[in-house]
Ligand binder design. Structure first.
Ligand code: S3P
Length: 432
Protein backbone atom coordinates (compact mmCIF):
# COMPACT_ATOMS: atom_id res chain seq x y z
CA UNK A 1 0.00 0.00 0.00
CA UNK A 2 1.35 3.46 -0.78
CA UNK A 3 1.71 5.72 2.23
CA UNK A 4 0.02 9.06 1.51
CA UNK A 5 -2.73 11.43 2.64
CA UNK A 6 -5.35 8.73 2.14
CA UNK A 7 -3.60 6.38 4.57
CA UNK A 8 -4.79 5.43 8.04
CA UNK A 9 -2.76 3.76 10.76
CA UNK A 10 -4.22 0.50 11.96
CA UNK A 11 -3.20 -2.72 13.64
CA UNK A 12 -1.45 -4.26 16.60
CA UNK A 13 2.06 -2.94 16.65
CA UNK A 14 5.11 -4.18 18.56
CA UNK A 15 7.81 -1.50 18.38
CA UNK A 16 11.40 -2.73 17.95
CA UNK A 17 13.61 -3.07 21.04
CA UNK A 18 14.63 0.14 22.79
CA UNK A 19 17.93 1.53 21.54
CA UNK A 20 19.12 3.11 24.80
CA UNK A 21 18.39 -0.07 26.75
CA UNK A 22 19.96 -2.28 24.06
CA UNK A 23 23.26 -0.39 24.31
CA UNK A 24 23.25 -0.55 28.08
CA UNK A 25 22.36 -4.21 28.46
CA UNK A 26 25.20 -5.24 26.14
CA UNK A 27 27.66 -3.11 28.10
CA UNK A 28 26.51 -4.02 31.61
CA UNK A 29 25.91 -7.73 30.98
CA UNK A 30 29.36 -7.57 29.35
CA UNK A 31 30.73 -6.56 32.76
CA UNK A 32 29.41 -9.64 34.58
CA UNK A 33 31.04 -13.01 35.05
CA UNK A 34 28.62 -15.75 33.97
CA UNK A 35 25.84 -16.02 31.44
CA UNK A 36 23.25 -13.31 30.75
CA UNK A 37 20.40 -13.73 28.27
CA UNK A 38 18.91 -10.89 26.23
CA UNK A 39 15.86 -11.04 23.98
CA UNK A 40 14.29 -8.44 21.68
CA UNK A 41 17.63 -6.61 21.39
CA UNK A 42 17.42 -3.85 18.78
CA UNK A 43 19.39 -5.11 15.79
CA UNK A 44 20.07 -1.63 14.42
CA UNK A 45 23.51 -0.56 13.29
CA UNK A 46 24.23 1.61 16.37
CA UNK A 47 23.60 -1.29 18.73
CA UNK A 48 25.48 -3.79 16.57
CA UNK A 49 28.49 -1.48 16.78
CA UNK A 50 28.20 -1.55 20.57
CA UNK A 51 28.02 -5.34 20.44
CA UNK A 52 31.18 -5.51 18.32
CA UNK A 53 32.93 -3.06 20.66
CA UNK A 54 32.06 -5.16 23.69
CA UNK A 55 33.45 -8.25 21.93
CA UNK A 56 36.69 -6.44 21.06
CA UNK A 57 37.00 -5.58 24.76
CA UNK A 58 36.74 -9.19 25.86
CA UNK A 59 33.06 -10.16 26.21
CA UNK A 60 31.77 -13.24 24.45
CA UNK A 61 28.42 -12.63 22.79
CA UNK A 62 26.54 -15.37 20.96
CA UNK A 63 23.29 -15.04 18.98
CA UNK A 64 21.15 -18.17 18.97
CA UNK A 65 17.41 -18.58 18.26
CA UNK A 66 16.77 -14.81 18.31
CA UNK A 67 18.44 -14.43 21.71
CA UNK A 68 21.80 -13.09 22.73
CA UNK A 69 23.92 -14.89 25.30
CA UNK A 70 26.55 -12.72 26.94
CA UNK A 71 29.56 -13.90 28.94
CA UNK A 72 31.31 -10.82 30.26
CA UNK A 73 34.52 -9.73 31.90
CA UNK A 74 34.44 -8.10 35.36
CA UNK A 75 34.84 -4.33 35.89
CA UNK A 76 38.47 -3.42 35.34
CA UNK A 77 39.01 -6.56 33.27
CA UNK A 78 38.52 -5.19 29.75
CA UNK A 79 40.96 -6.67 27.21
CA UNK A 80 43.36 -4.56 25.20
CA UNK A 81 41.68 -4.45 21.74
CA UNK A 82 43.87 -5.13 18.75
CA UNK A 83 42.30 -2.48 16.50
CA UNK A 84 40.42 0.82 16.51
CA UNK A 85 36.82 0.67 17.68
CA UNK A 86 34.30 2.08 15.22
CA UNK A 87 30.97 3.39 16.55
CA UNK A 88 29.59 4.42 13.16
CA UNK A 89 26.80 6.97 13.71
CA UNK A 90 26.30 6.42 17.42
CA UNK A 91 26.88 9.22 19.92
CA UNK A 92 25.61 6.98 22.70
CA UNK A 93 28.09 4.25 21.72
CA UNK A 94 31.22 6.38 21.57
CA UNK A 95 30.39 8.40 24.71
CA UNK A 96 29.38 5.45 26.89
CA UNK A 97 32.46 3.47 25.88
CA UNK A 98 34.73 6.46 26.57
CA UNK A 99 33.44 6.26 30.13
CA UNK A 100 33.72 2.49 30.43
CA UNK A 101 37.25 2.36 29.06
CA UNK A 102 38.56 5.38 30.99
CA UNK A 103 38.87 3.37 34.21
CA UNK A 104 40.54 0.35 32.59
CA UNK A 105 44.25 0.11 32.05
CA UNK A 106 44.08 -0.12 28.24
CA UNK A 107 44.79 2.11 25.27
CA UNK A 108 42.23 2.54 22.49
CA UNK A 109 41.24 4.71 19.56
CA UNK A 110 37.52 5.34 19.16
CA UNK A 111 36.25 6.47 15.77
CA UNK A 112 32.93 7.23 14.09
CA UNK A 113 31.39 8.23 10.77
CA UNK A 114 31.35 11.75 9.28
CA UNK A 115 28.41 12.89 11.36
CA UNK A 116 29.77 11.48 14.62
CA UNK A 117 33.18 13.03 13.95
CA UNK A 118 31.54 16.47 14.05
CA UNK A 119 29.74 16.03 17.37
CA UNK A 120 31.04 17.49 20.65
CA UNK A 121 33.06 15.05 22.78
CA UNK A 122 34.58 17.40 25.35
CA UNK A 123 31.31 17.32 27.30
CA UNK A 124 32.28 13.74 28.23
CA UNK A 125 36.06 13.66 28.05
CA UNK A 126 36.57 16.67 30.33
CA UNK A 127 34.95 14.75 33.16
CA UNK A 128 36.87 11.58 32.37
CA UNK A 129 40.30 13.17 32.26
CA UNK A 130 39.76 14.26 35.87
CA UNK A 131 39.83 10.63 37.06
CA UNK A 132 43.26 10.14 35.54
CA UNK A 133 42.48 8.96 32.00
CA UNK A 134 44.63 10.46 29.23
CA UNK A 135 42.52 11.66 26.34
CA UNK A 136 43.29 13.28 23.00
CA UNK A 137 40.61 14.64 20.67
CA UNK A 138 40.84 15.84 17.11
CA UNK A 139 41.15 19.65 17.26
CA UNK A 140 40.63 19.26 21.00
CA UNK A 141 36.92 18.75 20.33
CA UNK A 142 36.00 15.75 18.22
CA UNK A 143 36.45 12.04 17.53
CA UNK A 144 38.69 10.17 16.85
CA UNK A 145 39.23 9.86 20.59
CA UNK A 146 42.61 8.52 21.66
CA UNK A 147 42.13 7.21 25.15
CA UNK A 148 44.52 5.71 27.67
CA UNK A 149 42.51 4.56 30.65
CA UNK A 150 43.69 4.34 34.22
CA UNK A 151 43.54 1.27 36.43
CA UNK A 152 43.45 3.55 39.44
CA UNK A 153 40.61 6.01 38.82
CA UNK A 154 40.00 8.77 41.36
CA UNK A 155 36.50 8.72 42.89
CA UNK A 156 35.00 12.17 42.36
CA UNK A 157 31.81 14.19 42.76
CA UNK A 158 30.38 15.62 39.57
CA UNK A 159 27.82 18.24 38.78
CA UNK A 160 26.68 17.93 35.18
CA UNK A 161 25.64 21.20 33.52
CA UNK A 162 23.99 19.82 30.36
CA UNK A 163 20.91 17.59 30.67
CA UNK A 164 22.44 14.55 28.94
CA UNK A 165 22.07 10.88 29.80
CA UNK A 166 25.12 10.14 27.69
CA UNK A 167 27.39 12.32 29.84
CA UNK A 168 25.94 10.90 33.04
CA UNK A 169 26.14 7.28 31.84
CA UNK A 170 29.74 7.71 30.72
CA UNK A 171 30.66 8.82 34.25
CA UNK A 172 28.61 5.99 35.76
CA UNK A 173 30.36 3.41 33.61
CA UNK A 174 33.75 4.78 34.64
CA UNK A 175 32.62 4.34 38.27
CA UNK A 176 32.25 0.57 37.79
CA UNK A 177 36.01 0.27 38.24
CA UNK A 178 36.63 3.16 40.63
CA UNK A 179 37.38 2.45 44.27
CA UNK A 180 35.45 4.67 46.62
CA UNK A 181 32.21 6.59 46.21
CA UNK A 182 31.36 8.39 42.97
CA UNK A 183 28.69 11.07 43.28
CA UNK A 184 26.79 12.67 40.42
CA UNK A 185 24.37 15.57 40.46
CA UNK A 186 22.46 16.03 37.21
CA UNK A 187 19.10 16.99 35.70
CA UNK A 188 16.32 14.61 36.64
CA UNK A 189 14.82 14.87 33.16
CA UNK A 190 17.50 12.68 31.53
CA UNK A 191 16.86 9.00 30.91
CA UNK A 192 17.75 6.79 33.88
CA UNK A 193 18.14 3.34 32.32
CA UNK A 194 21.74 2.91 33.49
CA UNK A 195 20.61 3.50 37.08
CA UNK A 196 17.64 1.12 36.76
CA UNK A 197 19.68 -1.65 35.19
CA UNK A 198 22.46 -1.39 37.78
CA UNK A 199 19.84 -1.71 40.53
CA UNK A 200 18.43 -4.83 38.85
CA UNK A 201 21.92 -6.27 38.69
CA UNK A 202 22.45 -5.89 42.44
CA UNK A 203 24.92 -3.03 42.25
CA UNK A 204 25.47 -0.66 45.15
CA UNK A 205 23.78 2.44 43.78
CA UNK A 206 21.58 5.03 45.46
CA UNK A 207 19.41 7.44 43.48
CA UNK A 208 17.48 10.38 44.88
CA UNK A 209 15.54 13.14 43.10
CA UNK A 210 14.13 16.54 43.94
CA UNK A 211 11.98 18.77 41.72
CA UNK A 212 14.75 19.38 39.16
CA UNK A 213 17.83 17.39 40.03
CA UNK A 214 18.88 13.77 40.45
CA UNK A 215 21.59 12.64 42.88
CA UNK A 216 23.42 9.39 42.22
CA UNK A 217 25.87 7.61 44.50
CA UNK A 218 27.81 4.58 43.34
CA UNK A 219 30.11 2.35 45.35
CA UNK A 220 31.82 -0.54 43.64
CA UNK A 221 31.96 -2.89 46.60
CA UNK A 222 29.44 -5.31 45.07
CA UNK A 223 29.74 -7.31 41.89
CA UNK A 224 27.31 -6.99 39.04
CA UNK A 225 25.03 -10.02 38.81
CA UNK A 226 24.14 -11.65 35.50
CA UNK A 227 20.67 -10.84 34.21
CA UNK A 228 17.96 -12.15 31.87
CA UNK A 229 16.47 -9.19 30.06
CA UNK A 230 13.70 -8.77 27.53
CA UNK A 231 14.23 -5.37 25.92
CA UNK A 232 10.93 -3.43 25.84
CA UNK A 233 9.74 -1.62 22.71
CA UNK A 234 11.35 1.71 21.88
CA UNK A 235 9.06 4.71 22.49
CA UNK A 236 11.26 6.85 20.20
CA UNK A 237 10.54 4.46 17.32
CA UNK A 238 6.89 3.97 18.27
CA UNK A 239 6.54 7.78 18.25
CA UNK A 240 6.45 7.76 14.42
CA UNK A 241 3.43 5.45 14.32
CA UNK A 242 1.67 6.95 17.34
CA UNK A 243 2.09 10.44 15.88
CA UNK A 244 0.87 9.31 12.46
CA UNK A 245 -2.19 7.75 14.12
CA UNK A 246 -2.91 11.02 15.99
CA UNK A 247 -2.51 12.99 12.77
CA UNK A 248 -5.14 10.94 11.01
CA UNK A 249 -8.60 10.78 12.61
CA UNK A 250 -10.05 7.36 11.93
CA UNK A 251 -6.78 5.60 12.81
CA UNK A 252 -6.85 2.77 15.33
CA UNK A 253 -3.52 1.60 16.63
CA UNK A 254 -2.70 -0.71 19.50
CA UNK A 255 0.89 -0.59 20.73
CA UNK A 256 2.16 -3.51 22.76
CA UNK A 257 5.08 -3.77 25.18
CA UNK A 258 6.38 -0.22 24.95
CA UNK A 259 8.89 1.20 27.42
CA UNK A 260 6.96 3.66 29.58
CA UNK A 261 9.78 5.23 31.59
CA UNK A 262 8.76 8.79 32.56
CA UNK A 263 11.96 10.24 31.08
CA UNK A 264 11.05 8.82 27.67
CA UNK A 265 7.37 9.50 27.17
CA UNK A 266 7.32 13.30 27.12
CA UNK A 267 6.03 13.06 23.55
CA UNK A 268 2.95 11.11 24.71
CA UNK A 269 2.13 13.89 27.16
CA UNK A 270 2.62 16.42 24.37
CA UNK A 271 0.32 14.48 22.04
CA UNK A 272 -2.28 14.18 24.81
CA UNK A 273 -2.12 17.93 25.41
CA UNK A 274 -2.64 18.45 21.68
CA UNK A 275 -5.77 16.30 21.73
CA UNK A 276 -4.37 12.87 20.93
CA UNK A 277 -6.78 10.13 22.01
CA UNK A 278 -4.29 7.81 23.70
CA UNK A 279 -5.27 5.32 26.39
CA UNK A 280 -2.62 3.65 28.49
CA UNK A 281 -3.29 0.09 29.61
CA UNK A 282 -1.51 -2.83 31.29
CA UNK A 283 1.17 -0.82 33.08
CA UNK A 284 3.76 -3.11 34.65
CA UNK A 285 7.30 -2.89 36.02
CA UNK A 286 10.06 -5.23 34.90
CA UNK A 287 13.71 -4.78 35.96
CA UNK A 288 12.84 -1.35 37.40
CA UNK A 289 11.45 -0.12 34.08
CA UNK A 290 7.77 0.70 33.52
CA UNK A 291 6.26 -0.90 30.43
CA UNK A 292 2.75 -0.38 29.03
CA UNK A 293 0.39 -1.03 26.13
CA UNK A 294 -1.41 1.83 24.39
CA UNK A 295 -4.59 2.32 22.40
CA UNK A 296 -4.75 5.23 19.99
CA UNK A 297 -8.26 5.69 18.61
CA UNK A 298 -8.05 9.11 17.01
CA UNK A 299 -11.32 10.90 16.32
CA UNK A 300 -10.46 14.60 16.03
CA UNK A 301 -7.79 16.98 14.78
CA UNK A 302 -5.08 18.36 17.05
CA UNK A 303 -4.50 21.67 18.81
CA UNK A 304 -1.28 23.70 19.10
CA UNK A 305 0.77 23.91 22.32
CA UNK A 306 3.78 25.66 23.84
CA UNK A 307 6.52 23.28 25.02
CA UNK A 308 8.76 24.50 27.86
CA UNK A 309 12.51 24.05 27.53
CA UNK A 310 12.60 21.98 30.75
CA UNK A 311 10.44 19.39 28.99
CA UNK A 312 12.76 18.99 25.99
CA UNK A 313 15.06 16.29 27.47
CA UNK A 314 11.95 14.15 28.07
CA UNK A 315 11.33 14.08 24.30
CA UNK A 316 14.65 15.15 22.84
CA UNK A 317 14.56 12.53 20.05
CA UNK A 318 10.88 13.08 19.25
CA UNK A 319 10.95 16.81 18.44
CA UNK A 320 11.34 16.12 14.67
CA UNK A 321 8.16 14.03 14.49
CA UNK A 322 6.35 16.42 16.87
CA UNK A 323 7.18 19.27 14.49
CA UNK A 324 5.26 17.38 11.78
CA UNK A 325 2.37 16.90 14.19
CA UNK A 326 2.45 20.64 15.05
CA UNK A 327 2.23 21.61 11.39
CA UNK A 328 -1.17 19.90 11.18
CA UNK A 329 -2.52 21.37 14.44
CA UNK A 330 -4.75 24.38 14.21
CA UNK A 331 -2.48 27.30 15.21
CA UNK A 332 1.01 28.22 16.40
CA UNK A 333 3.06 25.65 18.31
CA UNK A 334 6.27 26.80 20.00
CA UNK A 335 9.02 24.38 21.04
CA UNK A 336 11.30 26.24 23.44
CA UNK A 337 14.99 25.69 24.12
CA UNK A 338 16.08 23.27 21.38
CA UNK A 339 19.82 23.96 21.61
CA UNK A 340 20.68 20.26 22.12
CA UNK A 341 19.01 19.45 18.79
CA UNK A 342 21.78 21.32 17.01
CA UNK A 343 24.38 18.72 18.13
CA UNK A 344 22.51 15.50 17.36
CA UNK A 345 23.16 13.23 14.33
CA UNK A 346 22.63 16.41 12.30
CA UNK A 347 21.67 19.96 13.19
CA UNK A 348 18.09 18.84 13.64
CA UNK A 349 16.75 22.25 14.49
CA UNK A 350 17.92 23.64 11.17
CA UNK A 351 16.88 20.61 9.12
CA UNK A 352 13.39 20.59 10.64
CA UNK A 353 12.97 24.26 9.77
CA UNK A 354 14.33 23.88 6.22
CA UNK A 355 12.25 20.80 5.43
CA UNK A 356 9.06 22.21 6.91
CA UNK A 357 9.48 25.14 4.54
CA UNK A 358 10.10 22.79 1.60
CA UNK A 359 6.89 20.82 2.23
CA UNK A 360 4.87 24.04 2.58
CA UNK A 361 4.75 24.74 6.32
CA UNK A 362 5.62 28.15 7.74
CA UNK A 363 8.11 28.03 10.61
CA UNK A 364 10.84 30.15 12.15
CA UNK A 365 13.74 29.76 14.56
CA UNK A 366 14.17 32.44 17.21
CA UNK A 367 17.31 31.85 19.26
CA UNK A 368 16.82 28.13 19.96
CA UNK A 369 13.01 28.21 19.91
CA UNK A 370 11.10 26.70 17.01
CA UNK A 371 7.81 28.24 15.88
CA UNK A 372 5.54 26.08 13.73
CA UNK A 373 2.51 27.76 12.20
CA UNK A 374 0.11 24.86 11.87
CA UNK A 375 -3.24 24.53 10.14
CA UNK A 376 -5.56 21.75 9.06
CA UNK A 377 -4.88 22.06 5.33
CA UNK A 378 -2.88 19.49 3.43
CA UNK A 379 0.64 20.77 2.70
CA UNK A 380 1.92 21.04 -0.85
CA UNK A 381 4.57 18.31 -0.44
CA UNK A 382 6.50 17.00 -3.50
CA UNK A 383 9.70 18.30 -1.86
CA UNK A 384 13.13 16.74 -2.00
CA UNK A 385 13.83 16.17 1.70
CA UNK A 386 17.27 17.12 2.97
CA UNK A 387 18.08 14.56 5.67
CA UNK A 388 21.89 14.51 5.78
CA UNK A 389 21.61 10.79 6.65
CA UNK A 390 19.89 11.56 9.93
CA UNK A 391 17.53 8.65 10.59
CA UNK A 392 15.00 10.58 12.67
CA UNK A 393 14.76 13.49 10.21
CA UNK A 394 14.22 11.00 7.39
CA UNK A 395 11.50 9.03 9.19
CA UNK A 396 9.73 12.18 10.41
CA UNK A 397 9.50 13.67 6.92
CA UNK A 398 8.46 10.32 5.49
CA UNK A 399 5.54 10.39 7.96
CA UNK A 400 4.74 13.92 6.73
CA UNK A 401 3.42 12.32 3.51
CA UNK A 402 0.24 11.63 5.48
CA UNK A 403 -0.46 15.41 5.60
CA UNK A 404 0.81 16.38 2.12
CA UNK A 405 -1.07 16.70 -1.18
CA UNK A 406 1.80 15.03 -3.00
CA UNK A 407 4.32 12.63 -1.51
CA UNK A 408 7.79 14.00 -0.77
CA UNK A 409 10.92 12.66 -2.40
CA UNK A 410 13.45 11.01 -0.14
CA UNK A 411 16.69 9.86 -1.70
CA UNK A 412 18.79 7.17 -0.05
CA UNK A 413 16.71 5.83 2.79
CA UNK A 414 19.45 3.55 4.10
CA UNK A 415 20.16 5.54 7.30
CA UNK A 416 17.00 4.17 8.96
CA UNK A 417 19.17 1.13 9.72
CA UNK A 418 20.90 2.99 12.55
CA UNK A 419 17.84 2.87 14.83
CA UNK A 420 14.92 1.28 13.01
CA UNK A 421 15.81 -1.19 10.24
CA UNK A 422 12.20 -2.44 9.94
CA UNK A 423 10.68 1.07 9.62
CA UNK A 424 9.47 0.68 6.01
CA UNK A 425 8.28 -2.87 6.60
CA UNK A 426 6.21 -1.56 9.51
CA UNK A 427 4.89 1.32 7.38
CA UNK A 428 3.49 -1.15 4.89
CA UNK A 429 2.13 -3.37 7.65
CA UNK A 430 0.35 -0.69 9.69
CA UNK A 431 -0.92 1.76 7.06
CA UNK A 432 -4.12 1.24 5.07
C1 S3P B 1 20.64 8.69 24.68
C2 S3P B 1 20.59 9.95 25.20
C3 S3P B 1 20.15 11.14 24.45
C4 S3P B 1 19.44 10.76 23.16
C5 S3P B 1 20.11 9.64 22.42
C6 S3P B 1 20.22 8.40 23.30
C7 S3P B 1 21.10 7.59 25.54
O1 S3P B 1 21.29 11.93 24.17
O2 S3P B 1 19.32 11.89 22.32
O3 S3P B 1 19.39 9.30 21.26
O4 S3P B 1 20.85 6.42 25.21
O5 S3P B 1 21.71 7.88 26.57
P1 S3P B 1 21.82 12.98 25.25
O6 S3P B 1 21.86 12.30 26.56
O7 S3P B 1 23.18 13.42 24.85
O8 S3P B 1 20.82 14.11 25.20
Amino acid sequence: MPFNNRSFIKGIYHPPGDKSISHRILILAGQTVGKSEVSNLLEGEDVINTLKAMKLLGAQIIRKNNKYYIFGVPPGGLFQPNKVIDFGNSGTGIRLFSGLISSNNIKVKLVGDRSLSKRPMRRVTEHLSRIGAQIELKDNLFAPIKLKGTGNAVPLSYEIQIPSAQIKSAIMLSALNTNGIVRIKEFKSTRDHTENMLKSMGYNIKVRENAKKRFIEMKNNKELKTINYNVPGDPSSAAFFISAACLKPGSKLIVRNMLFNKTRIGFLKTLLRMGGNIKIINKRKIHNELIADLKIYQKSNLNPIVMKSDDVPLQVDEIPILSIVASFANGLTIFKGLKELTVKESNRLLLIHENLKKIGVRSKIKKYDLYVYGNLELKKGAAVIKHNDDHRILMSFFISNIICKKNNIIRDKSCVKTSYPSFFKHISKFSY
